[in-house]
Design a protein around this ligand. Structure first.
Ligand SMILES: Cc1cc2nc3c(=O)[nH]c(=O)nc-3n(C[C@H](O)[C@H](O)[C@H](O)COP(=O)(O)OP(=O)(O)OC[C@H]3O[C@@H](n4cnc5c(N)ncnc54)[C@H](O)[C@@H]3O)c2cc1C
Length: 469
């Protein structure tokens, strides 16, 4: 029987995905209740924990457009035109992401974005409950138990269906798995991260180029920095957990003094702009990085997972949130379209799971590219040819980064076409040192023969329109 709008959709987690989904569903006329374990950040301020700022790209922007939030979010974002590479010898070079400023990504503050999304969800009619940690689910009785961690008090909630937007450590996933195994697999990257801050310059401006994502690639490890509207940068060091094979590791940096020695050697120009280095190093924890794979995301029509709860990934493509936002649009559409929740969840999983797998893989591959390849001569030559072919065959040769960040073609399509394009670039530049050495006519012929025109429309999510509003 088709779900009707009197049924309540219950969401666990009011982070980025939970709050956006609540806004989309409530705007579409559904009764929505959201339970979040933390305090209301609009009252007590945003408690960090994860990365401070995030790269927002077209997929995320598209989802925000559906919720009427695109302009409000961009008003608080800093444009990043490309990667500013800081070479080991102190040189820097900007590698543009796209053809011009219409193809850029945006640095947004996680906390402020969450506040905007919560306001939008509430304004659309969603009921938000804070200090409510999902603790136990009885799927047969369709009852969930939430705990207030301040005093341990419990509340019971009867649900029609549950949506898990409760992040990588999802309690709903655990409860579903206990009923029917989901095929869960966590793969640790073996690398962690630590955040530091570049404050504004003494004149109040940015200390380094504002409109770029800065990268200090150093082989098996790297630093990056994303700008904030306060004219600060959040610097993130990505490093193996354990030292070895000539690379340092977090285990060999027990204190700020040893970390400072690493920075003096490898990231001297960054260190010069981090006056609070010792305090930041001592105060900020080392975050862990892993990929979460599941074979199933739903329990018939009673529960479904999305965002990090379904497919946490390493952050090197800047797509975890973007992918979670794309999930939200897709799930809202399937709930509106399907005959019942089981059909909606099955269709959602069939559409999104292969694409989540694809972006998880591309995110892992991008770590190698960012830390090890962006300063490599072969890579730079292939990139030059890639840009040329993208101009000569705009409908066929779309760089993989562009397909992921500036288009909404399914991630799985971007992965598959990206492989073909990479082989073409390797073949066409073999034996060449400069772009002038490349046989362009041969490269053109390969592009024409191996790449069909990239079909843009219709795309999943393009046509999500509420049936009621
Ligand atoms: C270092 C780093 C950098 C990143 N950079 C980027 C980037 O540049 N671009 C990008 O797109 N993505 C990035 N990501 C990924 C992005 O942070 C995640 O993909 C995104 O936060 C997922 O959103 P979510 O809502 O699914 O989960 P979360 O943001 O984790 O939200 C989960 C929510 O559920 C709540 N919760 C947890 N357990 C319970 C419970 N039992 N009951 C009730 N509530 C609960 C939590 O308090 C939280 O509010 C990065 C991640 C990291 C670690």
């Amino acid at each position: 029987m088709k779900p009707d709008h009197r049924q309540t959709l219950t969401i666990a987690g009011a982070g980025l995905a939970g709050a956006l989904l609540a806004a989309l569903l409530a705007r579409a006329g559904w009764q929505v209740e959201v339970f979040e374990k933390r305090a209301d950040p609009r009252e007590v301020g945003y408690e960090g924990g994860r990365s401070i700022n995030l790269a927002l790209a077209e997929r995320g922007l598209h989802a925000l457009r559906q919720a009427g939030l695109h302009d409000a979010v961009l008003a608080q974002a800093v444009m990043m035109r490309g990667r500013m590479v800081h070479f080991a010898d102190g040189r820097t070079a900007l590698q543009r992401y796209g053809k011009d400023d219409s193809e850029a990504i945006w640095s947004v503050h996680r906390g402020r974005l969450n506040l905007l999304l919560l306001d939008a969800a509430q304004a659309a009619g969603a009921k938000l409950h804070f200090h409510a940690r999902l603790d136990h689910v009885d799927f047969d009785a369709q009852r969930a138990r939430f705990i207030d961690d301040r005093d341990g008090s419990r509340r019971e909630h009867a649900f029609d269906m549950l949506i898990g937007a409760d992040g990588a450590g999802s309690a709903l996933r655990g409860a579903m798995h206990a009923v029917a195994p989901l095929g869960e697999r966590f793969e640790s990257l073996g690398h962690g991260y630590k955040e530091l801050e570049i404050p504004p310059a003494t004149d109040g401006g940015f200390r380094i180029e504002a409109n770029a994502l800065h990268i200090w690639p150093r082989g098996r490890y790297m630093c990056i920095a994303l700008p904030n509207t306060e004219r600060t940068f959040t610097v993130t060091l990505f490093l193996p957990q354990h030292a070895g094979q000539g690379a340092p590791g977090f285990d060999a940096l027990p204190d700020a003094t040893s970390a400072r020695t690493l920075f003096e050697y490898d990231f001297a120009d960054a260190l010069a702009n981090i006056p609070g280095f010792d305090a930041d190093w001592s105060a900020h924890p080392v975050g862990q990085l892993a990929t979460l794979y599941l074979d199933r995301w739903h329990l018939d029509g009673r529960a479904v997972l999305l965002g990090d709860a379904a497919h946490a990934m390493v952050p090197f493509h800047g797509q975890g949130m973007n992918c979670a936002f794309e999930d939200c649009v897709a799930l809202a559409r399937h709930i509106d379209d399907a005959d019942d929740f089981a059909a909606a969840f099955a269709a959602f999983e069939a559409e999104r799971l292969p694409n989540a797998r694809a972006i998880q893989q591309m995110a892992l591959e991008n770590y190698l590219e960012m830390r090890d390849r962006v300063d490599d001569a072969d890579y730079l030559l292939q990139r030059d040819l890639e840009r040329l072919l993208a101009i000569r065959h705009p409908e066929r040769f779309v760089p993989r980064y562009s397909m992921v960040s500036f288009r909404r073609v399914p991630y799985a399509t971007a992965l598959a076409r990206g492989r073909v394009q990479r082989e073409l670039l390797i073949e066409a530049t073999r034996g060449c040192l400069r772009i002038e050495d490349v046989d362009l006519a041969a490269a053109d012929a390969m592009a024409m023969a191996r790449l069909e025109p990239l079909e843009e429309l219709p795309l999943p999510g393009e046509t999500f329109q509420s049936t009621t509003g």
